[in-house]
Design a binder for this molecule. Structure first.
Ligand SMILES: [Zn+2]
Length: 531
């Protein structure tokens, strides 16, 4: 490979107007041809970074990166997959013509590249333990790869984005998957990987996710949960009376198409199941509460599952109950799984609501013993009830609970992180361009109240330093160790990118290796706890 590298570098020098950086790990030989990725680091005419490249496609540095094909003598047929050729360079060596062509690293050319390298397409990961690396900026995948490469037992989900994140970053599923695929090509990763349409709540977005090639679908049930039923005011008897009243949403007829309360009573009434030291008990009130809380949500899950099944050959399906106030009881866990299995729904993972608080970007808040007690029994239920993974959301920085989660899920888990890669990017900016970091901080403070609306955090604006003026340039990075500041910056990405996307991408582009190193180091701290 080294020889090819030298040949390619040699030919690239023939371009007197531009300077290139070759991503050596991307160099791959297929048949007679060699494929690779380069970045234009200096544009000859301007003698410096051309900023407009970033403006063109702010969500990835694709415009700056180029797909290269090296070939000897005859042009390969595969070159017809790519267009437009923006550079052709050649050299003659003992009668042999050595050439290379460069093409934009865009979505269209990626489609061509996938025909040659099928591993650039995501796939279903099924029962393998897995880890989700949300990448809001779309440039962190090489860092994620370096982290996962050191943990061979885990499969990565490199593309993972919720609608909330897509909206705020003005990206779409296709772009998220493409960015991950280019990162994979750049880094020479050849393993399996997944693409998660996270927290889906409706069919429109689902259809988009399917068309864009997502391989994992996380169904958010929160709009269909009736949590009020758990406060005791809606017991079986009071609901029997309401079924003919105005409150139609709670009537027996309108909840649960495929199930009714009678069949549930028949199925669960008086049932006792021993799980470790705990006995799941189903009396009439418990069954009624489960029916009223989860009935509609289960119908929704089934409808979505069947829809995906008709449209996608192989996929991972996650059912999520995490974004709710009510901690998932053991009875509810078993009930949900049992009902889904009765409906032949082959889900891959299940996200429960665990006790404690899962704020973004900071460690677990709560009593670790409570979490341990919870995961011990939930893990045992999952182990007994079926072949699915327990999924932990908002998993970034939850260092204190990883060991218990790993142990008691029997290594059968999925974990999602997202905002942490954004915070790492900000750390790089704090060190490489303090002035830009200060600007970002100001935006985060100014937009805090708006950003906060969509996120679960109890932080108040008054608890935050209102500016960075109290910190010297060299101290800015350490602000990211402050949990209050972490949370504030964590939710600021939309507002920051609206104003400073070019600047953010430029600093990270210039300091690419440092960025990858920071990402990989920080995520390794997570992954190291999962073994
Ligand atoms: Zn979640």
């Amino acid at each position: 490979m080294e020889k090819k590298r030298d040949i390619i570098l040699d030919i690239l020098k023939k371009d007197k107007n531009n300077l290139y950086h070759l991503y050596e790990k991307s160099i791959t030989n297929i048949g007679k041809d060699t494929y690779f990725l380069v970045k234009k680091v200096k544009n000859g005419s301007k003698g410096s970074y051309n900023k407009s490249w970033f403006t063109e496609n702010r969500s990835s540095c694709a415009e700056l990166k180029l797909l290269g094909v090296y070939f000897e003598n005859k042009k390969s047929d595969s070159l017809s997959f790519f267009e437009p050729e923006i550079q052709y360079l050649k050299t003659a060596d003992n009668g042999k013509i050595k050439s290379l062509s460069l093409f934009p690293a865009n979505s269209k050319n990626l489609s061509g590249l996938k025909k040659i390298f099928p591993h650039l397409c995501p796939s279903a990961l099924k029962n393998s333990p897995s880890f989700g690396f949300g990448d809001r900026l779309g440039i962190a995948t090489p860092g994620h790869i370096r982290a996962i490469n050191m943990h061979k037992g885990l499969l990565p989900v490199f593309a993972q984005q919720s609608i909330r994140e897509l909206t705020r970053t003005r990206r779409n599923y296709r772009d998220v998957i493409d960015s991950a695929a280019w990162g994979i090509f750049q880094e020479g990763y050849s393993g399996k990987w997944g693409a998660d349409a996270d927290h889906l709540k409706d069919k429109n977005n689902l259809l988009n996710a399917i068309k864009s090639g997502c391989t994992m679908f996380t169904i958010d049930t929160s709009d269909y949960l009736n949590e009020k039923a758990f406060d005791g005011s809606e017991s079986l008897n009071s609901n029997k009376n309401q079924s003919t009243g105005n409150n139609q949403s709670l009537s027996f007829k309108s909840i649960g198409k495929t199930n009714n309360i009678k069949s549930l009573l028949g199925r669960y009434s008086g049932k006792k199941i021993k799980i470790r030291n705990y006995i799941l008990k189903y009396d009439e009130d418990t069954i009624a509460a489960l029916f009223f809380v989860y009935g509609k949500a289960l119908d929704f899950v089934c409808e979505i599952y069947n829809f995906i099944k008709q449209n996608t050959p192989a996929f991972d399906f996650e059912v999520s109950f995490d974004e709710t106030k009510t901690v998932t009881s053991f009875e509810a866990h078993y009930f949900i799984v049992n009902e889904l299995q009765l409906r032949n729904l082959g889900f891959t993972s299940l996200a429960l609501r665990f006790p404690g608080e899962f704020f973004k970007g900071v460690d677990y808040v709560g009593d670790i013993k409570d979490f341990r007690r919870s995961i011990e029994t939930h893990g045992e239920i999952a182990n007994k009830a079926g072949n699915y993974k327990l999924s932990l959301h908002s998993g970034s920085d939850k260092f204190s609970i990883y060991p218990d989660f790993y142990k008691h899920s029997f290594g059968n888990f999925h974990i999602k992180t997202a905002g942490t890669s954004w915070l790492i990017a900000l750390h790089v900016i704090a060190e490489c361009n303090p002035e830009l970091f200060r600007e970002i901080y100001n935006i985060a403070i100014d937009s805090f109240e708006i950003n906060k609306k969509d996120y679960h955090l109890i932080l108040k604006l008054s608890e935050l330093p209102q500016s960075t003026s109290g910190s010297k340039d060299a101290e800015l990075g350490s602000l990211l160790h402050d949990n209050r500041i972490r949370q504030c910056l964590h939710i600021s990405y939309g507002a920051v990118l609206d104003k400073l996307a070019n600047e953010v991408y430029e600093v990270l582009g210039r300091n690419e290796e440092k960025h990858y190193q920071f990402v990989s180091d920080y995520l390794n701290r997570h992954l190291d706890l999962l073994q």
